[in-house]
Write a protein that binds this ligand. Structure first.
Ligand code: OSB
Ligand code: MG
Length: 374
């Protein structure tokens, strides 16, 4: 595959409603899209960095900088034999996983199209229907949270995840658990606690949670092993895990019993495949996390979720939960059983609404060698 051109676009999209986590609130998304043209085919990827470096170290602007100044100029004009060779070509760049993931995933989409197969099959996925859960932002009070949960359950979602932070935890989870004694329920703290909070976190054991996601520091795998030894609830690591080495470290230290895989955080499909495979070999269930993606990132998440290690419902939900109008068609829809049917056309399986993307674009840069890029 000859990389003929790489186009970066920053688009602005407004979420239907603000999303609050322990690290802040977001409504206006600034998303970097990557379009790679190879052998005459366009592949699309999404950079899942946030607007601020509060979830991890990357932001929309750091990703743009790394892609524009280091990745795109170095890759354009190169020939590679397969998409999974790309990480080696970017190995000089430390970190910046989300930036790199945008390009790598675009190439996976292109490669699947060139092979005439849907991306999920190209990745080695087996299922044609994936299980979906939702992630609910922090709310003003427990009553409004219970109402939200009710609505999501009505739509069919198979697992509810509640964002928590100190002061907005026990009472909120208690209220939801009381109203819905049997649902699959989990919490996500996004690194808002420390080991000194162990007793407080242990109180959540009484709610029979499926998991507690990333309670402690974003980079502290060891501290999570100390906490996991003190609580019954399974810890799931998110922020801490950037590659398969991290996953194996966490498993060896018994820092968690479940791992959330986000394509951006682990630098793309190549590493995500390796990680889910390693977790499967160790009997550690994984699931697909979300980063409030546009349809392009969402479509990649759907394809990844079909891999055999993904045995728990992911944070992959319908386009219309986030966006008035998504940038792909058809929009991602969820069945009344809380599942998504994986598309079977070549590549991502959804088409990019180019006109809409153009309308939402606030900056753009093209690198090309060979065929002229539009
Ligand atoms: O920790 O999973 C997280 C959104 C932004 C940053 C971090 C997280 C999240 C979510 C939302 O939980 C998941 C989604 O896209 O629905
Ligand atoms: Mg999380």
């Amino acid at each position: 595959m000859k990389i003929e051109s790489i186009t970066l676009r920053e688009i602005h999209m407004r979420l239907k409603s603000p999303f609050e986590t322990s690290f802040g609130t977001v409504q206006d998304r600034r998303i970097v899209l990557v379009e790679v043209v190879t052998d005459g085919v366009s592949g699309w990827g999404e950079v899942t960095a946030g607007e601020t470096p509060a979830y991890n170290a990357e932001t929309t602007d750091t990703a743009w900088h790394v892609l524009a100044d280091f990745v795109a100029p170095n890759l354009v004009g190169k020939s590679i034999s397969k998409a999974s060779d790309l990480p080696a070509l970017m190995s000089q760049i430390r970190g910046h996983e989300m930036a790199k993931s945008g390009v790598e995933n675009a190439l996976w989409d292109a490669e699947a199209q060139l092979s005439g197969v849907p991306l999920y099959k190209h990745l080695g996925g087996k299922t044609e229907e994936i299980a979906c859960g939702v992630s609910l932002g922090i709310r003003e009070n427990p009553e409004s949270l219970v109402k939200r949960v009710q609505e999501e359950l009505k739509s069919g979602y198979q697992r509810i995840k509640l964002k928590i932070k100190p002061g907005k935890d026990y009472e909120f989870v208690a209220a939801v658990r009381k109203e819905f004694p049997r649902i699959r329920l989990s919490v996500d703290a996004n690194s808002a606690y420390s080991l000194e909070d162990a007793a407080r976190l242990k109180r959540l054991d009484e709610f029979d949670l499926l998991m507690m996601e990333q309670p402690l520091s974003w980079d502290d795998i060891y501290a999570h092993s100390k906490l996991q030894a003190q609580i019954q609830t399974a810890i799931c690591l998110d922020e801490c895990i950037h590659n398969t080495r991290h996953a194996l470290t966490a498993i060896a230290l018994k820092s968690c019993r479940i791992i959330n895989i986000k394509l951006g955080r682990v630098s793309g499909h190549t590493e995500a495949r390796l990680m889910q495979d390693a977790c499967l070999a160790h009997g550690v269930p994984v699931w697909c996390g979300g980063m409030l993606e546009s349809g392009i990132g969402r479509a990649h998440n759907i394809a990844m979720s079909t891999l055999p290690g993904f045995s728990l419902p992911g944070d992959v939900s319908a386009s219309q939960r986030y966006w008035t109008e998504d940038i792909i068609e058809p929009a991602v829809e969820v069945t009344s059983q809380g599942t998504i049917h994986v598309p079977k056309t070549p590549g991502l399986g959804y088409s990019v609404k180019r006109e809409l993307v153009e309308k939402l674009t606030v900056r753009r840069n093209v690198w090309s060698k060979g065929r002229a890029a539009s």
